[in-house]
Design a protein around this ligand. Structure first.
Ligand SMILES: Cc1ncc(COP(=O)(O)O)c(C=O)c1O
Length: 464
C-alpha cells in the first residue's frame, strides 16, 4: 500500500479541514463544497467521494496542457531522477541542455534559457535582468518597468507590483518602486468612442505613459499577449505590433509573459506568434511541463544575454549573479521534453486551434440565446465569456451570477474557470481552457452543460 493510500477518506478530509491553508479560498475544501481530488485521466477528474468531472480549466489555472495521466511524462521524470535528480543550474545537465535547444527551435530570434520554478519567479528574473542592464548601461536610469492595467504577472511582491488587478494586490502594499501602470487594451470596453484603429490608439496610450515618465527612465514593458486571469482579453489588430514599434523607438525592452499563453494554449507555440512581433524576453511556466513538475523559463535574445554576461566576471555587473535552487531540479526539463514531444506527436497545437474555433462558434450561438452573455472572446483554447446585465449598457453582472454558473456547471460535472476577485465589479468573466487534447465530443459536452446552466439561471432569475 502506498504511503498515501493507507489513510481513509474520512481522515484525509479531516486533515484537509484542520491543516490545509487553501489558495484564494477561506476555509477547507469541505466548507466551500469543493472537491478533494484523487485521480485524473485525459480531461477527466475524480474526487474522493467518487464524483467524476470534465475539467475545462486545465487544472484550475491553465496548467495541464497535455492532460492528466500521461505515463510517458511520468516515466521520463522517474528515469531521469534515478540517473540524477539535482544539481544547481550553475553547472550543466542533460535534460536542461536538451530542453533549452528544443525550446529555442520553437522561438526564432530567442537564444538563452534561464531556468526557475514558477511563473512569478520567471518574471522576477526578467525584472532583475532589466534592472541590472539599467545599472550596467544607463547608470541606473532606465530602471522603470511598465505594466498594463488588467494583466497579472504573479504572486511575489515585485510580480504583484507589476500587476494591474486591484483586488489581487491592494492588500499587500507597499510595492516595489519604479513599476508604472499603463491603460488596458480591451476593445469591448474601449476608452474611445470611435473604435476604428483601436489597437494603434491603445498602444499610443502606452507611449503616452513612456513619454510622461521620460523614455530615458523606462527600461521595459511587460505584457500578457492575451490577458488571461484579467478576463481573457485578446489584442485587436495592430496593437502588439504598435507596442513593439514604440518599444523599439524608445529603446525599451519588450517582455512577454507567456505563463498562460505558452506551449500551445492559443493554437500556436506561443501567443505572441500570432502577431508578428519579436520580443526581447519571454517568460513561461504552467504548460511547460503540464503540471508534472515545477519548471519555468525566462528566455532571452542573445543581445540581452550579452548585455549581462559579456564582460569580466569578477565585476558584479559583469554577469547575471542570480540563481533559483529548483531551477536545478532535473524533473522539470525531463518532464518538459516529454511534454513537448506529446504536443508534437499528437498535433496538439493544431488541435488547440481547431477545438478553440469550435468552442468559440458554440459560445457565439449561446450568446444569441442568452442576453446575459455580453461578449465571447479568445484564441485557441483560451476562451472566455463576459456576463453583463444588458448588451447596451454592458454593465457587469454581480459576481454572484458568475459564481452561480460556475456552481451549476460543477454540479453537472464540468469544471470551468472564472475571474476570481481580480477587480471589484469586473468578476463577471467565465473561462473555458481545456487541455489541448480535448475532443470534439468533449467540446460539445462543455457547450451543452453551459447551455443548461444558463437556461437554469434564466429560470432562477425569472422566479426571483
Ligand atoms: C500571466 C501569468 N503570469 C504569471 C503567473 C504566475 O505564475 P505562478 O503562479 O507559477 O507563479 C500567472 C499565474 O496565474 C499568470 O497567469
Amino acid at each position: 500500500m502506498s504511503l498515501i493510500n493507507e489513510y481513509t477518506n474520512h481522515e484525509i478530509k479531516t486533515f484537509d479541514k484542520d491543516h490545509v491553508w487553501h489558495h484564494l479560498t477561506p476555509g477547507s475544501a469541505a466548507d466551500n463544497g469543493l472537491p478533494v481530488f484523487v485521480k485524473g485521466q485525459g480531461l477527466d477528474l475524480w474526487d474522493i467521494d467518487g464524483n467524476q468531472y470534465l475539467d475545462a480549466s486545465a487544472g484550475g489555472v491553465w496548467v495541464t496542457n497535455t492532460g492528466y495521466g500521461r505515463k510517458e511524462i511520468v516515466d521520463a521524470i522517474s528515469e531521469q531522477l534515478l540517473d540524477l535528480n539535482f544539481f544547481a543550474s550553475a553547472m550543466g545537465n542533460k535534460p536542461a541542455a536538451i530542453f533549452a535547444s528544443h525550446l529555442i527551435d520553437k522561438m526564432p530570434g530567442m537564444n538563452r534559457v534561464f531556468y526557475s520554478s514558477s511563473g512569478s519567479e520567471a518574471n522576477e528574473k526578467a525584472f532583475k535582468m532589466v534592472r541590472q542592464i539599467s545599472h550596467k548601461k544607463y547608470a541606473g536610469k532606465k530602471s522603470k518597468i511598465l505594466y498594463r492595467e488588467r494583466d497579472y504577472h504573479g504572486t511575489t511582491i515585485a510580480a504583484l507590483s507589476a500587476t494591474g488587478q486591484s483586488q489581487r494586490r491592494d492588500q499587500f502594499g507597499p510595492f516595489v518602486p519604479d513599476f508604472v501602470e499603463f491603460p488596458h487594451c480591451f476593445e469591448y470596453r474601449s476608452q474611445f468612442e470611435e473604435t476604428v484603429d483601436y489597437g494603434v490608439k491603445a498602444a499610443q496610450l502606452m507611449e503616452d505613459v513612456i513619454l510622461q515618465e521620460g523614455p530615458d527612465t523606462v527600461g521595459a514593458v511587460i505584457i500578457e499577449p492575451i490577458t488571461a486571469g484579467g478576463g481573457i482579453i485578446t489584442p485587436p489588430e495592430g496593437y502588439l505590433k504598435a507596442v513593439e514599434q514604440i518599444c523599439k523607438k524608445h529603446n525599451v525592452l519588450l517582455i512577454l509573459d507567456e505563463v498562460v499563453c505558452g506551449l500551445g494554449r492559443t493554437g500556436k507555440w506561443f501567443g505572441y506568434q500570432h502577431y508578428d512581433i519579436q520580443p526581447d524576453i519571454v517568460t513561461m511556466a504552467k504548460g511547460v511541463a503540464s503540471g508534472y513538475a515545477a519548471i519555468s523559463c525566462t528566455v532571452t535574445t542573445e543581445a540581452v544575454y550579452k548585455d549581462l554576461q559579456e564582460s569580466d566576471n569578477t565585476d558584479k555587473l559583469g554577469y547575471f549573479r542570480d540563481i533559483s535552487t529548483y531551477g536545478g531540479c532535473l524533473a522539470g526539463p525531463a518532464a518538459a521534453i516529454a511534454n513537448m514531444n506529446i504536443i508534437e506527436k499528437e498535433n496538439l497545437i493544431e488541435n488547440s486551434a481547431k477545438m478553440g474555433d469550435l468552442l468559440l462558434v458554440g459560445l457565439q450561438e449561446l450568446k444569441t440565446k442568452y442576453p446575459i452573455i455580453g461578449d465571447v472572446r479568445g484564441k485557441g483554447l483560451l476562451v472566455g465569456i463576459e456576463l453583463v446585465t444588458d448588451s447596451t449598457s454592458k454593465q457587469p453582472v454581480d459576481e454572484t451570477l458568475a459564481i452561480s454558473i460556475f456552481a451549476k456547471c460543477k454540479q453537472a460535472g464540468l469544471l470551468i474557470g472564472r475571474t476570481n476577485r481580480s477587480f471589484a465589479e469586473f468578476n463577471n468573466i467565465l473561462n473555458m481552457s481545456p487541455a489541448l487534447c480535448v475532443t470534439e465530443a468533449q467540446i460539445q459536452q462543455i457547450l451543452t452543460t453551459l447551455d443548461q446552466a444558463f437556461s437554469d439561471l434564466t429560470v432562477d432569475l425569472t422566479q426571483a
